[in-house]
Write a protein of this length. Structure first.
Lengths: 586, 416
């Protein structure tokens, strides 16, 4: 640790020898942060130009306004942070390849998820050569990536995104204030590793909407109610509204920010090209609630991060992630006590360790992901009616100009209750919701020329965690949870019956199953997943879940003795050796 | 008083042709709720804070000039939003012969069958969030432009009967079998259209097995309806200013006039905000806008109705009321409480989504809204019960009683 700091100050000293002339004019410039002082660094080490020049014109030659844009970052930020830039370059937040590759797969353009370079790949592809999925991506999805041009969001009603490193790390905007004709007082943008949630939410408010859900916001049907002052309220952006639902317990109990869980490596990447967000993400629930600690001196990064943070003490033992073995420097062990520090202000909290009570340790539930029971709701958007006008024009977020082809999106309905469950990407049982149910109609000169549909579900951590879990029956005899959709689930004469509410055919949908049905009661899967291991429950699993309900109706507590060895208990029951079997079995 | 005469005028003028043969029926009609609409009128007026309201369509006062509180505005709201539907409303009955709102004309006894109210006539009014179109399996879409889906095979927006887009859910079994409204809602000497229909008058032979004694106090419909229309929190705003832009995606508000008006106003922002009074048929200043919190077809819970029968409860009269005058001043803003009481009520209902195979036991006995202590949005389900009462502690106990569980377990474990 001490060595690191010494190295840091030595670097400062070296730069200090090179101090430039910029400050002769820009003498009133405010500080970036504590770690990039002008007095030592000068301006040119980050912004280029001719630092020894004496005229403005000469000095500003080849100057770069925003050196943190990724095309410049290697040259400037890279002098110290090249390792991070290499990782960010390949990360999913930079290239959005995860979104593009899944979209192409779901539109039926590829048979498997084919790894592309996302935005990089489409940059030089002429619009007329783009596939439908690629055009959809360019017009609707590609607005969000960390190297987006910030200036294009002017007058759009959307928060500006992009700008490279500053997309996340800028905590205060810069400002130019003219003092004299030629001399400017510059408020330099402020940079920090304490990334505020608002920076994450610029992008993470759509698709699976975790950034909204975590704070208890559910994107609504667009009513903008209740009205206040005669106006619509609860606006997210131009056309989107929300209403309030319970926020995630990590937010309500301790006001934890996104960065309190999401590690440096999980966000900026680990240098590998990951196909999906969940592969890039580092943190898991158990990393904190069933933590493993390692000596912090094994991780130079941990010391550096806690120094940069400034509010979090340096500890001998810190937690590490199980997936990528990266430090969680704000979760520490001292004298056998586990302390969690909030990154925004260093406030200390007691951490609740996961209990090893039977509801967690029971073999019956070993395939459950934490999120299956502890997520209280999930934003579920049914029906994604994509309308494409071949001869229309729409702004292309990659080419930064309107290009041929225009998209419009319609919906069927929204829900948040009773998250459906399925086998997720990690082969564990997770909450799931539509993602996406594409019904595309293609027009040329206002005449319908083509159509296709592809209905899919996706499983994710909805970020609506609550301490209390869902009830036994909410999973074991709830058709929505099972993935059957809304309707009437019943058992009679040892037969499971299900009558769905939604009549897709009468509704004019191009499917012969209810729009909210992931599976049939026989475990036949209607809608696909884009992840290899993800699927709805199969016949055996549906039967097993419902079979257990028959016992749950009376034995509805996890500590009931029958669950200690459920197979044995069932055998005793069917052999009519238990008190209830005599009453219940005919 | 003057007003009353005005409204009876069409009755006198245009109904003579019917009255010659049907004097009794005319008398009956004048006392019917279809004619007076007193149930809807008085319950809305009392919800908005008018005590002991007892008026009819014919005696409904003109809207007040000075408006300080929701009660001052309720008659305006009724006239311009709710009462688009009444027997002589131009919107539904251009003939102005009040009989023809429901009946088709006939000339003699031989062709009297023609006069029977056709289902389409009933659905002209009964087509929205209450009973009516649910019989056909229709559930109104949300208002936003994005819900004009799915596109038809030809690539057009879907048709909108009654100006409403609909989801298609399980239709009522009686509809599937070809029965119309009047096949159950008969009008005879001892019966009126509006009398409650007793299922047992047709289904006298219900099997004992599934209708055991412990379910005697429950309405047939409670178990035998598939789904219901539950719309939470109706936000209403009367805006006398030209604040149109915010409604650009919300022009469809189940109100044909408003839709046309907003289309014009969005092109011409200087258009005067006006909307018709459907009783005086005059354009009056100000426009009523509305929007929900959300709509559901799968949510319900149980209450006792006035006759002590257990029925399905759905939200109703859950108003949040605002008024902005022409100067742009908020006279009241998002009022959700009147006289200290929250405007969040539930009423017993009989969804016309009847199915042969009843709901599962669990849908009531394990009903989340009644029993789940961690229910999301729990506050939305705690409103007053109108025309009924909450389940008694004893009834709640029965929902989860050991006896129920034993009986249910027996069914669950019964072999083929």
């Amino acid at each position: 640790m001490k060595f690191l700091l010494l190295f840091f100050y030595f670097t400062l000293f070296l730069y200090g020898q090179n101090i430039d002339n910029c400050l002769n004019c820009h003498q009133n410039t405010t500080a970036i942060d504590n770690y990039h002082p002008y007095k030592e660094f000068g301006c040119a080490s980050c912004h280029g130009g001719e630092p020894k020049a004496t005229s403005k014109e000469e000095a500003h030659k080849n100057i770069v306004l925003n050196p943190s844009r990724l095309e410049h970052a290697s040259m400037f930020c890279g002098k110290c942070h090249q390792d991070i830039i290499n990782r960010v370059d390949k990360s999913i937040m930079n290239n959005m390849h995860g979104v593009l590759d899944v979209l192409k797969y779901q539109f039926g353009e590829t048979k498997t998820i084919e790894k592309s370079t996302g935005i990089e790949y489409l940059k030089n592809k002429p619009t007329q050569e783009q596939s439908l999925a690629e055009d959809h991506f360019s017009k609707l999805c590609a607005a969000c990536h960390i190297n987006q041009k910030e200036e294009i969001f002017k007058n759009t009603g959307f928060t500006a995104r992009g700008g490279g490193c500053v997309d996340c790390h800028r905590v205060e905007d810069g400002q130019k204030i003219a003092i004299k004709d030629d001399i400017l007082k510059l408020k330099h943008p402020k940079l920090s590793t304490k990334i505020p949630n608002s920076n994450c939410l610029k992008c993470h408010n759509r698709s699976n909407r975790i950034g909204l859900s975590y704070f208890g916001k559910f994107e609504s049907e667009g009513y903008g109610t209740p009205y206040k002052d005669g106006n619509l309220t609860h606006q997210i952006d131009t056309n989107r509204y929300y209403y309030e639902l319970p926020a995630d317990i990590h937010h309500t109990s301790t006001k934890m920010d996104c960065i309190d869980c999401h590690t440096e490596a999980g966000v900026m990447g680990d240098g590998k090209h990951h196909a999906h967000m969940e592969d890039a993400v580092d943190i898991t629930c158990k990393d904190c609630h069933d933590p493993q600690f390692k000596p912090s001196n094994q991780f130079g990064l941990a010391g550096l991060l806690s120094t940069l943070n400034g509010d979090i003490p340096y500890s001998k033992e810190i937690a590490v992630t199980k997936k990528k073995n990266s430090p969680i420097y704000n979760l520490q062990k001292e004298d056998e006590k586990i302390e969690f520090y909030r990154k925004s202000d260093g406030k200390k909290f007691d951490l609740t360790k996961m209990s090893d009570a039977p509801y967690h340790s029971s073999k019956n539930h070993e395939r459950l992901d934490c999120t299956a029971c502890h997520s209280s709701w999930i934003p579920s958007c049914y029906g994604c009616h994509e309308v494409y006008f071949k001869d229309g024009k729409q702004y292309d977020w990659i080419k930064h100009k309107p290009t041929k082809g225009k998209w419009m999106e319609l919906r069927s309905y929204l829900r948040y209750e009773s998250p459906a469950l399925a086998i997720g990407y990690n082969k564990k049982i997770m909450p799931t919701a539509p993602g996406c149910q594409v019904i595309a109609t293609i027009y040329d000169k206002d005449v319908k020329v083509d159509e296709f549909h592809a209905f899919a579900f996706a499983a994710w951590d909805p970020h609506t965690t609550q301490k209390e879990s869902r009830t036994c029956i909410d999973c074991h005899f709830n058709p929505q949870t099972l993935g059957l959709g809304a309707g009437i689930l019943d058992i009679k004469d040892n037969n499971v019956t299900f009558n769905p509410h939604y009549q897709s055919k009468e509704d004019g949908l191009p499917i012969n199953y209810p729009i909210d049905a992931l599976i049939s009661k026989e475990g036949k899967q209607f809608q696909s997943f884009s992840r290899k291991d993800a699927r709805g429950f199969n016949k055996k699993e549906v039967n097993k879940i419902i079979e257990a309900y028959k016992c749950i109706i009376c034995h509805n507590k996890w500590d009931d003795t029958i669950y200690k060895d459920f197979q044995k208990s069932k055998k005793l029951f069917y052999d009519k050796k238990t008190s209830c079997s005599k009453e219940v079995l005919k | 008083m003057k007003l009353t005469i005005l409204f009876l005028l069409p009755l006198v003028l245009y109904s003579n042709e019917c009255i010659t043969c049907h004097p009794k029926k005319m008398e009956q009609c004048k006392n019917s709720n279809h004619f007076t609409m007193k149930n809807e009128i008085n319950i809305t007026r009392s919800a908005w804070g008018i005590k002991d309201s007892n008026v009819t369509l014919q005696t409904l006062p003109m809207p007040k000039d000075t408006i300080d509180k929701p009660a001052d505005l309720v008659d305006d709201f009724l006239r311009r939003k709710c009462l688009q539907c009444h027997l002589t409303s131009k919107e539904i009955n251009p003939t102005q012969n009040l009989c023809l709102a429901c009946h088709s004309p006939h000339v003699n006894k031989q062709d009297s069958f023609k006069a029977k109210p056709a289902q389409e006539k009933c659905l002209k009014c009964h087509n929205n969030n209450y009973i009516g179109t649910d019989y056909l399996g229709l559930f109104p879409h949300d208002y936003d432009k994005a819900y004009r889906s799915p596109l038809t095979k030809e690539g057009n927006y879907p048709k909108r009967p009654y100006g409403i887009d609909f989801h298609h859910l399980t239709p009522d079994i009686h509809h599937q079998k070809g029965l119309n409204c009047i096949d159950c809602h008969k009008n005879g000497n001892d019966k009126k259209w509006e009398d409650k229909v007793d299922c047992k008058s047709c289904h006298s032979d219900i099997s004992k097995q599934n209708h055991q004694e412990y379910h005697t106090n429950i309405s047939c419909n409670t178990c035998h309806s598939a789904w219901n229309i539950s719309n939470y929190e109706l936000n209403v705003l009367r805006d006398d200013t030209k604040n149109y832009k915010q409604w650009k995606r919300l022009t469809v508000q189940e109100d044909k006039y408003l839709e046309k008006f907003l289309k014009k106003a969005l092109k011409n922002p200087e258009l005067k905000p006006q909307m018709p009074d459907y009783l005086s048929n005059k354009l009056e200043d100000g426009v009523w806008y509305s929007g929900w919190r959300f709509k559901r077809w799968e949510n319900f819970f149980l209450i006792n109705d006035e006759n002590g029968k257990i029925k399905i409860a759905i939200p109703r009269y859950q108003y949040r009321i605002s008024f902005k005058n022409e100067k742009g001043e908020m006279i009241f803003d998002d009022v959700s409480q009147i006289d200290g009481k929250k405007l969040e009520a539930f009423i017993p209902t009989s969804p016309h989504t009847v199915i042969k195979k009843a709901k599962s036991c669990e849908m009531c006995h394990e009903n989340k809204i009644i029993l789940d202590s961690n229910l999301i949005n729990k506050d939305l389900f705690q409103g007053a019960i109108l025309n009924g009462s909450p389940l008694l502690p004893k009834q709640l106990e029965k929902l989860n009683s050991p006896y129920y569980k034993q009986q249910r377990a027996k069914i669950l474990f019964s072999p083929k």
